[in-house]
Design a binder for this molecule. Structure first.
Ligand code: NAD
Ligand code: WQD
Length: 336
């Protein structure tokens, strides 16, 4: 199939390009490089042995998107492009709504005008808010998102569901990612955060390499086995593979499919730190800090629906996740 990959230069997009090309798909990338670097695409070309056509286009730019869709006939779009920093979204709500919602509305409109109505959307576990059920199934009601970033994901899910209700030609897969970490085992592509990392794993790797003094563990008084927050960390290559499985499903079925993409295992912050130290043989100094506003105690999923309907399940475990995160950081101390 020929796939339009928006946000393909980013962390998850670049890993998904590798999986898509390995599965024999053709890919075209649209990215405005607002949170990425074209070097990631050079590395993807190196890993796949294929040049990946790239358009430096913003998804809010209707003319630019039309140009891309006139030049290629796409079977489906995998839509990663968006802003994703939770804290920044609280500071800049308008920018988040305009980029994520405005951009996606333009993309969907251009797609339908070109007769391409198959889309896989990067949603997030954040739509569950403080989850009512653990492990989280897709039946779990969506919760209150405490930040504009999460709201954009939840609202975009609703928008796409309404569009599909009105026009049955749309085939839509909403993938609710849990906490992606790790990197391609080659160490050639990985997560490349700007400035101080918000997320746990890039913070750990930057402490391990000496860029930051110590990790702050946000709270050890949660109702969890060791008091620190529990999450469902998933290797980014497993997450990438889920998109390949979702593509197979999108042409078999029509309608809306919603899937949790996680491993089903919950690990605490201290589990992650200890595994990282043990597997990689490096030190990660840490100290306990107050809770971070908006954090929840526990979040992990039941991924059975993705296994049953998409034929996908995670194969990488905790050791590979912490090993590959470190391998990427150590080989690319300053990112791309
Ligand atoms: P990323 O920032 O590395 O990748 C997103 C890409 O989109 C970047 O390359 C950025 O330059 C591009 N982009 C942003 N706005 C754009 C626009 N208007 N036009 C064109 N390109 C634009 O992030 P990621 O971690 O790879 O996340 C990919 C998607 O998955 C995002 O939608 C994110 O919200 C979602 N998601 C991520 C996580 C996570 O923890 N990383 C979890 C759940 C969901
Ligand atoms: C994980 C755990 C922190 C940093 C966020 C978004 C979510 C999704 C994934 C996009 C928590 C603790 C963290 C640190 C710490 N993204 N922590 N010290 O908050 O589960 O999810 O990223 O959709 O929407 O909210 O991920 O990696 O920030 O935190 O102790 O320096 O690590 O408190 O328990 P989170 P995270």
């Amino acid at each position: 199939m020929k796939i339009l990959v928006t946000g393909g230069a980013g962390f998850i997009g670049s890993h998904t390009l590798v999986e898509l090309n390995a599965a024999g798909h053709d890919t075209v990338v649209v990215d405005n490089l607002s949170n990425s670097n074209r070097k990631s695409l050079e590395r993807v070309a190196e890993l796949t042995g294929k040049e990946i056509p790239f358009y430096e286009v913003d998804i809010r730019d209707r003319k630019g998107l039309n140009r891309v869709m006139e030049a290629h006939h796409f079977d489906a779009c995998i839509h990663f492009a968006g802003l994703k920093a939770v804290g920044e979204s609280v500071e800049k709500p308008w920018e988040y709504y305009e980029n994520n919602i405005g951009g996606t509305l333009t993309l969907l409109d251009v797609m339908r005008h070109h007769g391409c109505k198959n889309i896989i959307f990067s949603s997030s576990a954040t739509v569950y808010g403080d989850p009512a059920i653990i492990p989280i199934t897709e039946e779990c009601p969506k919760g209150h998102c405490t930040n504009p970033y999460g709201q954009t994901k939840s609202m975009l899910e609703e928008i796409m569901m309404d569009m599909q209700k009105a026009d049955k030609e749309w085939n839509i897969v909403l993938l609710r990612y849990f906490n992606p970490i790790g990197a391609h085992p080659s160490g050639r592509i990985g997560e490349n955060p700007n400035g101080i990392p918000n997320n746990l794993m890039p913070y750990i790797t930057q402490v391990a390499i000496g860029k930051r003094k110590e990790l702050g563990v946000f709270g050890n008084d949660y109702p969890t086995p060791d008091g620190t927050g529990v999450r469902d960390y998933i290797h980014v290559c497993d997450l990438a593979a889920a998109h390949v499985c979702a593509l197979k499903a999108i042409i078999r079925q029509s309608g809306i499919g919603i899937y949790n993409i996680g491993t089903g295992h919950g690990y605490s912050v201290l589990d992650m730190v200890k595994a990282f130290i043990r597997v990689n043989g490096v030190d990660v100094p840490y100290s306990i800090k107050p809770r971070r506003a908006g954090d929840i105690a526990t979040c992990y999923c039941n991924p059975a629906k993705a296994k049953a309907e998409l034929g996908w399940e995670a194969i990488y475990g905790l050791e590979e996740m912490v090993r590959d995160s470190w391998n990427w950081q150590k080989n690319n101390p300053n990112g791309y």
